[in-house]
Design a binder for this molecule. Sequence first.
Ligand code: FRU
Length: 469
Amino acid sequence: MIPRPRFHFTALQGWLNDPNGLVYFDGEWHLFYQHNPFGNDWGHMSWGHAISRDLVQWEHLPVALLEQPEYMIFSGSAAVDWGHTSGFGDGARPPLVAAYTAHSPREQTQHIAFSLDRGRTWAPYSGNPVIAIGSREFRDPKLFWHAPSQRWVMACVLADQHRVRFYGSPNLRDWHHLSDFGPAGATAGVWECPDLFPLPIEGEPAQQRWVLKVDEQHFGAQYFIGVFDGERFACDDPPDVVRRVDFGRDFYAAQSWNDAPDGRRIWLAWMSHWDYAARTPTAPWRGMMSAPRELALRRTGDGLLHLTQRPARELHRLRRAHWRIEDSPIGAANDRLRALGARGTALEIGATFACLDGAEFGVKVRAGAAEETVIGYSPAEGRLFVDRSRSGDVSFSPRFDEWHAAPCALRDGTLTLHILVDACSVEGFADDGRAVISDLIFPRPESDGLAIFGEGATRVQSLDVWALA
Ligand code: FRU
């Protein structure tokens, strides 16, 4: 029996996929999610709901939007109507407004609903659908207020055309087509779950660029960098450039919070994959969210910009026992780890290695008698990798027993790794959040071993391990 993750969000019971309706309001981080309230398989799609005051501890609330006789409630987003543009409220408290896809066998259309009680109860707008174009592949509205043009913008996908379609509205009820983006980048799988937001460029005060994220079914999330002028998105790259968000298998349908405080841009994603999501060996819940991550853009020496993701600092609150090792050869550091008794099934690891030759090195987590998950680095290939081929139960899908790699350069001959480990996941971050690999694993609960490895001359500059509550 696979225990429930300790610090990753799961539904109390039943199926979960995409995060939906992420919005911060009145001190609460709202997390809605694609949910089957009636079982552990995809179906009866509705919006589950949870809130948090710190992004760490979640309180489960009743289902917010329940499947209807004529349609299921597919993915979408939520925003605060601060300007009372919709007229849904009483003019005093700003309404929360959700946009979602009503999915029927005939058509996918965009609907809205509103809440006047901090997201606890929702009423559908009587004029739904707000957008219908007679398509079966038209979904996943991401809503946001575009201040420069003083209007609402909604990004949806025309999934099988590999297009993101933008709509504008003064009042959240009446929408007009603004423009389309795509096909571009990776187009082997249908496009889903767009998100669009501005991000600051690290170290360049007052500089920002827009990021358009869109998922490619069966292949994962990709992103484009460019400008959005309230009307259209213009990408900086030529149309054939593909930028991956995450090089693991299990980071899909990421969505960022609207109205996060202090101008932060934080997202999380569904940690699973459509190839095997229906078969992952957990019950009475199935599906989990990634850890929340803070986003930024970083410019490299060649002038190019890249998305970076780092675990949200709120996760520091989970830190309990702490073990630290400084400046040591790998073998001695490993002996020291063992002597300290550093182990656990929920861990945060921060490690800086000084790389002195071409030999592979890294960290093994969730190690037991016959299993381990390896997060390693190959200097010869310039790649970060996660090997989950011996991570535990890999039998439920032929697509699970694999390893995944991300291009990753050393910085001044060193590699800094940041790893989050939980009951059934690893998330590895390197190169300051530019190379990220997120993977599910299903080890035995007693496999709590931790080791570092490396055959060559690599040294551990520093290693911090925290047991997480
Ligand atoms: C993405 C997705 C969305 C859709 C939802 C249905 O994982 O396929 O496109 O709205 O899941 O649950």
